[in-house]
Design a protein around this ligand. Structure first.
Ligand SMILES: Cc1ncc(COP(=O)(O)O)c(C=O)c1O
Length: 385
């Protein structure tokens, strides 16, 4: 049985504290903590959803998801990842977080080992812990999620069953290059582990960095379970539609987990997502351009705070500054919330080695972004005088 105190907190749980502070001080807190793009969903998303309800997409869908959506996702994954899946090798889930849950639940047995590259999104640790998996190894990456090959190789044992990759990375914004992915895939083949590849931010890459999936690297297909979502790239967090693609036997096992837990994702939301896929490229180009502009704004602002060391993110919509004064990130986050009315996620929830970092999600409306940066500058300025 797990103990509540051992489970890393989810960044979404900061909301309660924010509400208390807003009520107490009668202010609006700037929410740099939420991992949610502020962009509107594609123009037709709401219409497509209403249309799907009126057309009768109101009953249980097949537990793997609507076949027509899985056919649409087949094309989408060919176009965006260069990997060709059969629709039976794809499962639609209520959000990609549940895809990850199904991967852990269908692959791991007690005694198996999971490797997480730190910093990691906290659910990658919480989910196996909730499932009773005790052997979770954290392997430190270098700044911007750069894999140290020797460190990684030394962490792999005969018990290693699953390695979790997340590129573009939450929280650093680092993007893994092809050679790093090839290194991991080759090791997966040699040592026999699987790769959970979380690619929810696949489109958000900048400055010439490109997203690659390990599934597209030679020999990677059989070793990779790719997870993705309509939440981040299509700004459709509330629709709760995610998906996973991988070898048929694993996807079928994930389907059993889904059948006995949530049954299937919401049917009319799936139909709306299918309709979105008929014309998505312009939308994606637009939101990535907006995110890049916001990234440049936050970099400009943080550069002026000498106390922070801030590697420039290559992708996603997060930035992960480090406090040179080494104030523990939980203390710092509480001070920022209470004194500057800015909510951030403390580095400690992203695993070992990030105790002096904090995560900012900068995909906020421009006026909030500007106000948030000014509040951060004022806070650090007054803290250093
Ligand atoms: C890396 C990563 N994976 C998955 C998710 C969950 O996304 P979804 O809304 O598809 O469950 C998040 C959300 O913050 C995330 O940051």
């Amino acid at each position: 049985m797990w103990s509540k105190k051992d489970i890393p907190i989810s960044p979404v749980s900061i909301t309660d504290m924010v509400r208390l502070v807003e009520r107490r001080d009668n202010v609006k807190v700037i929410r740099f903590d939420l991992a949610e793009p502020c962009f509107d969903p594609p123009e037709n998303a709401v219409n497509f959803t209403c249309k799907a309800v009126l057309e009768g997409y109101n009953r249980y869908s097949p537990t793997k998801g609507l076949l027509e959506l899985r056919e649409g996702l087949k094309l989408f994954l060919e176009e965006t990842r260069g990997v060709s899946y059969n629709p039976e090798e794809i499962i639609v889930t209520p959000g990609s977080k549940f895809s990850s849950y199904c991967v852990f639940a269908s692959l791991l047995k007690p005694g198996d080992e999971v490797i997480l590259l730190t910093p990691f999104w906290s659910s990658f640790k919480a989910i196996p812990m909730l499932l009773g998996i005790k052997n979770i190894r954290e392997v430190l990456t270098d700044p911007l999620y750069k894999i140290n090959h020797e460190r990684f190789q030394n962490a792999v044992t005969r018990k290693t069953k699953l390695v979790v990759l997340n590129t573009p990375n939450n929280p650093t914004g680092g993007v893994l290059d092809k050679s790093d992915l090839k290194f991991i895939v080759d090791l997966a083949v040699e040592k026999g582990f699987y790769i959970l590849s979380d690619e929810v931010d696949w489109a958000y890459t900048y400055d010439g960095h490109v997203h690659y999936s390990p599934a597209a690297i030679s020999n990677g297909f059989e070793k990779t379970i790719l997870t993705d979502s309509f939440s981040k790239v299509f700004s459709m967090t509330g629709w709760r539609v995610g998906f996973a693609a991988g070898p048929r036997n694993i996807i079928d096992r994930m389907n059993i987990v889904q059948q006995h837990t949530v049954t299937a994702p919401v049917t009319f939301a799936q139909k709306a997502c299918l309709d979105i896929l008929s014309e998505y490229k312009e939308y994606v180009k637009t939101v990535v351009g907006l995110a890049l502009r916001k990234r440049n704004t936050i970099i400009e602002g943080l550069k002026k705070i000498s106390r922070l060391e801030t590697p420039v993110p290559q992708g996603a919509f997060y930035i992960f500054p480090r406090d040179r004064c080494k104030l523990n990130s939980e203390t710092l986050a509480m001070e920022l919330l209470n004194k500057a009315h800015v909510a951030v996620s403390p580095g400690t929830i992203f695993g070992e080695g990030s105790e002096y970092n904090f995560r900012i999600c900068y995909a906020l409306p421009d006026e909030d972004l500007k106000e948030g940066v000014e509040r951060l500058q004022a806070f650090f300025e007054s803290a250093s005088t």
